[in-house]
Write a protein that binds this ligand. Structure first.
Ligand SMILES: [Zn+2]
Length: 269
């Protein structure tokens, strides 16, 4: 998720919401205690007991659904894949190998996220179709909290919805309002494979939901209203034209086929 517009182009009634985000991380770091390195630290919302009982994630994945070593291969430095590259719509496999390769991939994702002025990034955006996301709502290395989530699922979300203007590193320079739940309760694994459950709110919830969508092959304009899509239609078309020029292939999708807003959130794939 791109950072700049989130700070600069909030509608007035959301300014208080945005400004309330930063103190949240500064004064209550335990609300997001997922370290980038080292063992998982204690977490108030964390529970090992009953981890799977309340989830809407469906039956356990078959072995075939897990990412292989080949699926997790990458070549640094990573590059951000741009719309309409089909890798952004491809299925993302669950991860069951928690090794140095996974940690290095997450580290490389943080590096490219900071370099491109982002606050969140999903693995498919760097061409790796697996269930992995990284984010840091502070958007600056050395500040805020670096969060790595593997195999995330949403099992609860607030009825309260907020409109917020989002950007996306796969859509450089394009921004638009998206309606999403204010808070979400999620289950996931950290980079060591430890299971966690946590409630996210404010900007962390917003960034999580944007990246979680990527892991389902959903892009932010899929959730925009027709009016908002109309406001960025030309820019999307330019990206499609650029893809065709660069690859010599027809764009795999086109905004002309936009079908309207989907639900505000998906539970899981
Ligand atoms: Zn994005």
């Amino acid at each position: 998720m791109a950072a700049t517009r989130l700070r600069l182009h909030l509608c007035p009634r959301l300014r208080a919401f945005a400004s309330s985000c930063r103190p949240l991380f500064a004064t209550h770091p335990r609300t997001l205690p997922l370290p980038r390195t080292g063992p998982a630290i204690p977490l108030a919302a964390r529970t090992r007991r009953g981890f799977g009982s309340s989830l809407a994630a469906g039956p356990p994945a078959e072995d075939d659904d897990f990412a292989t070593a080949a699926d997790l291969q990458f070549e640094p430095p990573l590059k951000v894949v741009k719309y309409p590259d089909p890798v952004l719509r491809a299925p993302n496999k669950r991860i069951n190998t928690f090794d140095n390769n996974l940690r290095t991939l997450a580290d490389e994702m943080f590096d490219v996220m900071y370099k491109t002025d982002g606050i969140g990034l999903s693995a498919p955006q760097v061409g790796v179709n697996v269930q992995l996301m990284v984010f840091n709502p502070a958007g600056v290395e050395g500040e805020g909290e670096e969060i790595i989530l593997v195999n995330p699922v949403v099992y609860k979300f607030s009825k309260r919805l907020l409109v917020y203007e989002e950007g996306c590193l796969s859509f450089p320079g394009i921004h638009g309002n998206v309606l999403r739940p204010d808070t979400v309760k999620i289950a996931a694994q950290d980079v060591t494979g430890a299971k966690i459950k946590v409630r996210l709110s404010a900007l962390a919830a917003r960034v999580f939901q944007h990246e979680f969508d990527h892991l389902q092959g959903v892009l932010f304009f899929d959730r925009m209203t027709v009016d908002v899509v109309d406001s960025i239609r030309e820019e999307l078309k330019k990206l499609e034209d650029k893809y065709e020029e660069t690859t010599g292939q027809a764009s795999p999708e086109t905004i002309e086929n936009y079908r309207g807003t989907k639900d505000v959130i998906s539970f899981s794939r």
